[in-house]
Design a protein. Structure first.
Length: 217
């Protein structure tokens, strides 16, 4: 039996056994080092197995900073150029393909000056048909009291033009520096009630996204 036939048989068996799982990208929308958002990102990584088991999804972790994306400056916008992906450089193409490969997106979004970081907007500018009709959920964060709400609002028209399904129950994480330690654990100084609150809210965001990612797949 040749390799192609073996691969097809394995794929068919995986589908029958329900092993082809819905895939969710968790994307850190900051390129700063260190980033407060990295604490939340690491928290989710630390609890990956638990979150995947609870929700029946596979979670892929992405940092936009790893792609070193320059501002999008092609002659035509992605939405007007169906084959644009093949014109991109290696890291740009990989970013688009990695995002498009998933069935849903959980975006961890900081707020800069009442909006979103330029690096995050640059990354979103590369996306097009690959995210059509896919659900997106946001956990915004800040070191202040509002938790990045205005950053989330700035993202909504971007999601709309990309034809993404913007979900409700987004989370605004205020005073993030007091919630997580540098290694991605809940601050031990939090009360049990506060720890339960943050755990339940984050679990709820992932559960909501997983539900719609599977539904719309």
């Amino acid at each position: 039996m040749n390799l192609l036939k073996e691969s097809v048989i394995i794929l068919v068996n995986q589908v029958k056994d329900g092993l082809i799982m819905t895939k969710i990208n968790v994307i850190l929308g900051s390129v700063r080092e260190p980033s407060m958002g990295h604490r939340l990102f690491t928290y989710l990584e630390n609890h990956q197995d638990e979150l995947e088991a609870k929700n029946g999804v596979a979670i892929n972790f992405i940092k936009i900073g790893d792609y070193k994306l320059a501002p999008y400056n092609e002659p035509f916008p992605p939405m007007a150029t169906p084959d644009y992906v093949n014109t991109l450089d290696g890291n740009q193409k990989k970013w688009v393909e990695d995002v498009s490969d998933a069935d849903g997106m959980l975006l961890l979004a900081p707020e800069y000056d009442y909006s979103i970081p330029g690096a995050l907007k640059t990354a979103l500018d590369y996306l097009a048909q690959g995210v059509n009709d896919k659900p997106v959920q946001v956990i915004s964060y800040s070191m202040g009291k509002v938790g990045g709400l205005l950053g989330t609002m700035a993202l909504l028209p971007v999601f709309q033009v990309l034809n993404m399904i913007t979900l409700s129950h987004n989370m605004q994480l205020a005073n993030i520096q007091n919630v997580f330690t540098a290694d991605g654990e809940l601050n031990p100084d939090l009360s049990d009630k506060e720890k339960t609150y943050y755990t339940d809210r984050i679990d709820g965001v992932v559960k909501n996204l997983a539900h719609y990612a599977k539904l719309l797949k």
